[in-house]
Design a protein around this ligand. Structure first.
Ligand code: KG4
Ligand code: ZN
Length: 362
């Protein structure tokens, strides 16, 4: 079965071709540069950019996979949640292709798809041709063939952590998900981006904080670890953001010293990472799973990856982190989940069917 998947829920336009557990291509066009001057994603601009980029991206995905459009058996797309106008671009394009080809359409819940990206592994660096970057479209990730290896699947606690979301999910079995907790205010990525902005760093500041923190002292400044000792699985990051704001108001000269900026980055990062790791591990223990997974843009953060690895090793948990190129939004994870759903006989989605909540809130 050959499947075309499309993702346009936020600021990445992506298309992927998936066949029998193998990702034949995964093309992405990122809008990060476009939104940088506004310090965050502007929904109207995002939708217009998807309109411009979707066809070149889909063409790249089909070309990289060497699949003519009439060989597709299924079309899938992110149906929600996301920026409504941005979502509509990919959703309606995918439905139109399915309609024209008389093939089934599968609507996918964006967060649920993130749960499956940690199971996608680089299998071989030499198989796929490098399509590189053409006209702003990043082709199939540089000479990589991805495959989804569900033979290792175990019940797990999964952390989804991005600019828009911080969610802990219990994945009891394939396609059976329970949301354990989520942020009650800002997402962790937003905390990275907004505190970075206060320090004068460009949007999105997360990757730059990660880089600067490498040579900083994480114990230089003491910032709060919000809800660290709270019994539940929810998160909160707005208080940390506010405390950095007040700290900078009271210590403005600090920003004139490059080493102090590195220390500040390391200290903020340490606070965010400590909360994410501690709460993830605690949720895994409480729910009796032996496996932890993580995905979403913030999972690119090296301190988070290292600390999760250390904590999982200490507690005897298996850890699956999404490949860095698949942490951020991508159509490969949409395609993989669509394929798993069809394999488990979940019916295709009607063109006029609204997305059903795919998971249970506890
Ligand atoms: O998943 P994503 O591309 O989009 C959504 O926001 O949904 O995540 C983007 C977020 C941004 O907040 C960005 O600053 C953060 O992920 N991010 C990082 C790193 N790379 C990306 N945060 C910390 N360290 C990083 N290395
Ligand atoms: Zn996402």
């Amino acid at each position: 079965m050959t499947l075309l998947a499309i993702e346009t829920s936020c600021d990445e336009t992506s298309a992927a071709v998936v066949r029998d557990g193998r990702i034949l291509s995964n093309a992405v066009s990122s809008q990060v540069g476009l939104h940088a001057e506004y310090g965050g994603v502007v929904p109207e601009l995002a939708a217009r950019e998807h309109l411009k980029n979707l066809l070149p991206v889909a063409r790249t995905a089909l070309n990289d996979a060497k699949i003519p459009v009439d060989q597709l058996d299924v079309v899938a797309a992110t149906q929600g949640p996301g920026l409504p106008m941005a979502l509509l671009v990919g959703l309606k394009a995918a439905q139109a292709v399915a309609f024209a080809l008389r093939k089934p359409f599968v609507g996918i819940h964006h967060h649920e798809a993130h749960l499956y990206s940690p199971w996608i592994q680089i299998k071989d660096n030499s198989l796929a041709p490098q399509s590189g970057e053409r006209d702003g479209v990043r082709g199939t990730e540089t000479a990589i063939e991805y495959a989804a290896d569900f033979s290792q699947f175990q019940p797990n606690v999964s952390l989804i952590v991005s600019g828009g979301h911080t969610i802990l999910v219990l994945v009891e079995s394939e396609l059976k998900h329970r949301v354990l907790g989520s942020t009650i205010d800002d997402a962790a990525g937003e905390c990275f981006d907004k505190t970075g902005k206060m320090m004068g760093l460009a949007y999105p500041a997360g990757p730059e904080i990660d880089r600067l923190a490498e040579q900083g002292n994480p114990r230089a400044f003491d910032f709060p670890r919000p809800m660290l000792h709270d019994a539940g699985d929810d998160f909160s990051f707005s208080g940390l953001k506010t405390s950095v704001r007040y700290f900078l108001r009271d210590n403005p000269a600090l920003l004139d010293d490059p080493q102090k900026i590195r220390d500040l980055c390391a200290s903020i990062q340490a606070a965010i990472v400590e909360v994410l790791v501690a709460k993830t591990i605690r949720a895994a223990k409480r729910n009796g799973v032996r496996c932890v997974t993580a995905s979403g843009g913030v999972t690119c953060n090296r301190a988070l990856r290292n600390e999760l690895a250390r904590a999982c090793k200490k507690n005897g948990f298996t850890l699956h982190l999404a490949e860095k190129s698949l942490c951020t939004d991508n159509a490969a994870m949409i395609g993989i989940l669509a394929e798993r759903k069809l394999a488990q006989k979940v019916p295709a989605t009607g063109f006029d069917e609204d997305i059903k909540p795919g998971w249970v809130l506890v």
